[in-house]
Design a protein around this ligand. Sequence first.
Ligand SMILES: Nc1ncnc2c1ncn2[C@@H]1O[C@H](COP(=O)(O)OP(=O)(O)OP(=O)(O)O)[C@@H](O)[C@H]1O
Length: 296
Amino acid sequence: MKALELTGLRKSFGDHSVLDGVSLTVGAGEIVSLVGASGSGKSTLLSLLIGALRPDAGEIRYEGELMDSSARGRDRPFAYMPQRDVLFPWRRILDNAGIGLEVSGLSRRVARGRAKELFAPFGLAGTEQRYPRQLSGGMRQRVSFLRTVVQGKPVLLLDEPFGALDAITRDELQRWLLEIWGVHGWSILLITHDIREAVRLSDRVLVLGSGPGLEAGESCNAQLDAQGPLNAGQRIAGSRTSVATGPSRIAGEVAIPRTIPRGTEFLRDPRVPLLEADLHELLVAAAGVTSSSAHT
Ligand SMILES: Nc1ncnc2c1ncn2[C@@H]1O[C@H](COP(=O)(O)OP(=O)(O)OP(=O)(O)O)[C@@H](O)[C@H]1O
């Protein structure tokens, strides 16, 4: 079952074509990351999904149902977490956490009650009456995440949720995200600039860029032996992208074997650096930069 299905999305700003035929899917309960060079259109794609922008062409479907392009974001089954922590400094943490529910029409009391239920499982118990400035960056991101998921939407759109955090906090939050995702099972489309984060968190990583694109459903390493280390010859068979500049679409895909441990042992798995190298090559090619180390 496809939770999210985008087909042939196009978007231009004036005569600047940014997205040209972006097609992708996110399966139910799947985490799919989207990587791409700065300016390749990742945030634009999320804006189309949440209804902040209208596509020039293409379709957005949830569980097969076509999203009306005039529907407002709050009427769609997608919850969006922006790049920056946008907590209101004058609101207490509990009120910040419930604000999405208030905007959707619930009273502040009901919104607070719903949000409060998630404070303990999200490791935020005791912070309810504090102000954002009294929390660490990692804790504020947890609050932003709580505010996103408390809306009860089945698909989460996360725009570089951990980009501004130091490496140790990011590592902690990645593990935390995987734990709570294991409980809740959201379908997630995650934008990140961090290749390691993409490999660690995702079932599949998609590369947005101006390469020629893959056939629908084709995966660079779909033939990987999920148990064993990667065979260099297999790694990116069929994944070479020609170098091109211009509007973006999905220029490559790397499937991440679920047998890779996601916890503290993640970095010790010999497949991880190989997957990162594959992704790096795809990213470089899709960005229109020649990669001297590309496989033949
Ligand atoms: N509202 C807008 N009006 C005109 N141009 C825009 C608008 N929004 C985005 N763009 C342009 O679209 C292109 C893609 O921008 P976008 O922010 O989607 O890229 P991105 O991949 O998210 O970049 P980054 O990784 O740096 O956040 C850029 O050239 C940007 O200048």
